[in-house]
Design a binder for this molecule. Structure first.
Ligand code: ZN
Length: 253
């Protein structure tokens, strides 16, 4: 394990590994989006932490909780809906376009990888996506602008326009099971890669943090790019410690 915190060295070492690799998987967490105006979900002052999270079972069983969840959701959207992709997102988009990166596995729900120009087929969202909603009964997609208009007009928790089922932001809530298809895809691409770049994740949330470990056990090189130490640092071939946007900036054009 080599720790580089001098930016020039970090970039050179990363470039070398990227050039040697044919099949890279990137794994991203909140740290890649902090320069984009998206608050880190787990940070102390995060607006998400102001209230006790509403667990999935309560959302399902209690209409008042559903209304409260939607009130909070739209209040948060007002804070971060103007977020735009950052240097890290564009760097990864560029590497996808070059055919270097086969998949981006993300813990983020902010849609910024898509907004940086990456197709859905290259993105695996472990915690869902906060920029649209789905019906929990039939799965039909609902656009937030319509949901919000109806909610603010009637004050009632939104129901599916097709089947009447409860509509929820397309994110994975506390107490909700992980999305099976995304987990399976993430597993498959991780096993196939020769370089795994974990970027901006504290690597403490399981099962998501199991992927870098799986890559390392499968003889892929593991690089961890994060502002702080992570519990998986001892498994990494290379640790780049510093500002994510600064380190990845040269790769973004
Ligand atoms: Zn429905």
């Amino acid at each position: 394990m080599v720790i580089l915190n001098q930016i020039g060295e970090a970039r050179t070492a990363l470039l070398e590994l990227i050039e040697q690799s044919d099949n890279i998987v990137a794994f991203t967490g909140a740290g890649i989006s902090t320069e984009c105006g998206v608050p880190d979900f787990r940070s102390k002052d995060s607006p998400w932490m102001r209230y006790k999270p509403i667990e999935f079972n309560l959302f399902l069983s209690d209409v008042l909780m559903r209304e409260e969840a939607w009130r909070r959701k739209f209040a948060l959207d007002d804070i971060y809906s103007m977020a735009q992709p950052g240097r890290g997102h564009y760097a990864l988009a560029n590497l996808v376009q070059q055919g270097k990166i086969s998949a981006i596995i993300t813990q983020n729900i902010d849609n910024l990888h898509q907004m940086s120009g990456v197709d859905d087929e290259h993105i695996i969202e472990l915690h869902g996506n906060g920029t649209y909603a789905t019906c929990l009964s039939c799965g039909l997609r609902h656009e937030l602008a319509n949901v919000r208009h109806d909610f603010e007009t009637t004050g009632a928790a939104p129901e599916c326009r097709s089947c009447g089922g409860p509509v929820k932001s397309a994110t994975i809530s506390f107490g909700q099971s992980m999305p099976e298809e995304a987990m399976q895809r993430a597993h498959d691409v991780t096993r196939a890669c020769d370089l795994f770049l974990a970027i901006g994740s504290s690597l403490v949330v399981y099962p998501a943090a199991a992927f870098p470990l799986l890559a390392a056990q499968n003889n892929a090189r593991l690089v961890i790019l994060n502002g702080e130490a992570t519990p998986l640092d001892s498994e990494a071939d290379l640790i780049l410690r510093g500002d994510i946007g600064d380190i990845l900036e040269p790769f973004s054009s």
